[in-house]
Design a protein around this ligand. Sequence first.
Ligand SMILES: [Zn+2]
Length: 214
Amino acid sequence: MQIIGLDDFLNENPLMNVLPTSKGKSIELKGKVKLSHQFKHFPQVSRLIEVKVSIPEQYPFSSPIFEEVGGFVPKRDDFHVNPDGSLCLGTPFRIEAFIRKEPNFNTFYKRFFIPYIYAVSLKIMNSVDFVFGELKHGNAGELEDFCDIFGVQNKSQILGCLNSLAMKKRLANKRPCPCECGRRLGACRFHYKINQQRNILPRSWYRNLKSRLS
Ligand SMILES: [Zn+2]
């Protein structure tokens, strides 16, 4: 399996190794990455982070999984560590939309892992709370994220948006607008917002998300 950007990642992170895996399985990486990052007026952080990464066979249709294995990040919800030990680098929507548009693994690492581990490091070493705007974990976090993406206020509007995205455009435009203006979607300016998200992820993806969040 050829992962775009993996060679660049390994060149830039020479302490990372590809573990031997059988054909058709996910690619496992293990070792240390060097964090050397600074954001706005916040302190510079330079340290080695021990990680395990799993790039699934379905990549870029399924996201890479990162674990911190050096005992640096507390395995807790408030450090965005999932119950299975994987790091919560963002909402599934943000991540999956990103890797479909930009399937380069090295870019993904820089865009999602680096800001995450930098923010966590500041929280651990300098007691600075998450500098990248704290998104709540799990469903609550996803709903909050979608409120921003769609510019809406409540869950029923979000579920309406996801329902529209799970349908073909022509059909969705005939249905009531998810912004709850009382018109049909096609007659409301809100359809521009919905159409921006179309084709980023398949209709089935929005359908599954809707049933997960309902
Ligand atoms: Zn509307």
